[in-house]
Design a protein around this ligand. Structure first.
Ligand code: SF4
Length: 347
């Protein structure tokens, strides 16, 4: 259910009926302000909407102030073990802090961070990570252990009178993650940051994240997402956009529906799909475009598409919403499609 309480992170709001936002994390040294700003600006351009940086000591926490002056999206400080670092990050402009109350020390330390966060109107993300669970959860079902651990963290903040909370339950196991998030979603109205952690390189992560994040989004669970990739974080953004788009929760411009080709295909469908993809890459409008291999099945199978092409023997068909519009020779197919697309976009 997505009737979560709303939480403000800088100039963005998550939860409620707000869009699910894309988050990523820098892998530069946070204390190196120039390098970190440069990476964040590239991520912004790619579509990143919230950025997390590791604040690993007081100096890197203080660097947040200089970073914030030069970026345009909310910044989350990721802090472990030390309440003073979390407080420094908050005082130097972090829009949200991610802490693990279980490793930040005493309840008094948690209260100090909560008080600083409250004073600066900064939310706190808490949660469990399968890699750093307390030994008391040993032997427990992992999804239950993640839930219980996060629950303990939530209670610590609530006891400090703090409710501006975002929760994450990260496991590198897809099924464990899904079960843990479902349980948390059913129990609390705190917004959820969703992801499969340590998901591996791009190829592996895209599959694990699509199943894990996509499966949760299909159930309307998740308010921010991160696709974790071992590699350039820019890759995370494209994957995150596609997961949001194909889960049906956000749209990001044109979507191309193309058939896998089969023995009925009598045109160069792969080449044609590439040309259409290139043609629409800068169009900033939600539109479904079909590129199908045959006239027999193409228009019908792609009737959801706003406009499409179906190939034939030496010829092709342009169709709109499954209805044929014009049949032309294969050589003229792409140019004709371009004209009809232009007309469709100007309607
Ligand atoms: S649309 Fe036609 S060519 Fe493409 S896979 Fe289906 S039957 Fe084959």
């Amino acid at each position: 259910m997505r009737n979560k309480r709303t939480v403000r992170i800088g100039d963005r709001v998550i939860g409620g009926n707000e869009p699910v936002l894309i988050q990523s994390m820098t892998n530069t040294d946070t204390a190196d302000v120039d390098a970190t700003v440069s990476q964040i600006l590239s991520l912004e351009e790619a579509g990143c909407e919230i950025i997390r940086v590791a604040a690993y000591d007081v100096r890197s926490a203080c660097a947040i102030e200089g970073i914030k002056e030069r970026i345009h999206i909310p910044l989350v400080a990721d802090v472990h073990f030390d309440a003073d670092i979390a407080i420094a990050a908050i005082e130097h402009g972090a829009d949200k802090v991610r802490i693990n109350p279980g490793n930040i020390g005493s309840e008094a330390n948690v209260r100090r961070v909560a008080d600083a966060a409250k004073m600066h109107h900064v939310p706190i993300r808490v949660g469990a990570n399968s890699g750093s669970l307390d030994s008391k959860y040993q032997g427990m079902d992992m999804a239950d252990a993640l839930y219980e651990s996060a629950l303990g963290n939530i209670r610590m903040l609530e006891n400090a009178g703090f409710h501006d909370i975002v929760v994450a339950l990260k496991s590198s196991d897809v099924r464990e993650s899904i079960r843990a998030y479902r349980k948390m979603d059913a129990s609390f109205d705190y917004p959820l940051h969703v992801g499969v952690t340590e998901a591996g390189d791009f190829e592996q992560s895209i599959v694990k994240s699509s199943i894990g994040i996509g499966g949760l989004l299909a159930d309307d669970i998740g308010d921010t997402i991160r696709v974790s990739v071992t590699g350039d974080p820019i890759l995370e953004i494209k994957a995150a956009k596609d997961i949001l788009r194909f889960s049906g929760v956000r749209s990001f411009g044109p979507e191309i529906i193309s058939c896998p080709t089969c023995a009925r295909t009598e045109i160069d469908l792969i080449g044609l799909t590439g040309k259409v993809k290139e043609l629409v890459k800068d169009i900033d409008r939600d539109i479904r475009i079909a590129v199908m291999g045959c006239i027999v099945n193409g228009p019908g199978e792609a009737r959801n598409a706003d406009i499409g092409i179906a190939g034939g023997k030496g010829e092709g068909l342009i169709f709109k919403k499954g209805i044929p519009v014009i049949k032309v020779r294969e050589e003229e197919l792409f140019d004709t499609f371009r004209e009809y697309l232009k007309e469709y976009l100007s309607e």
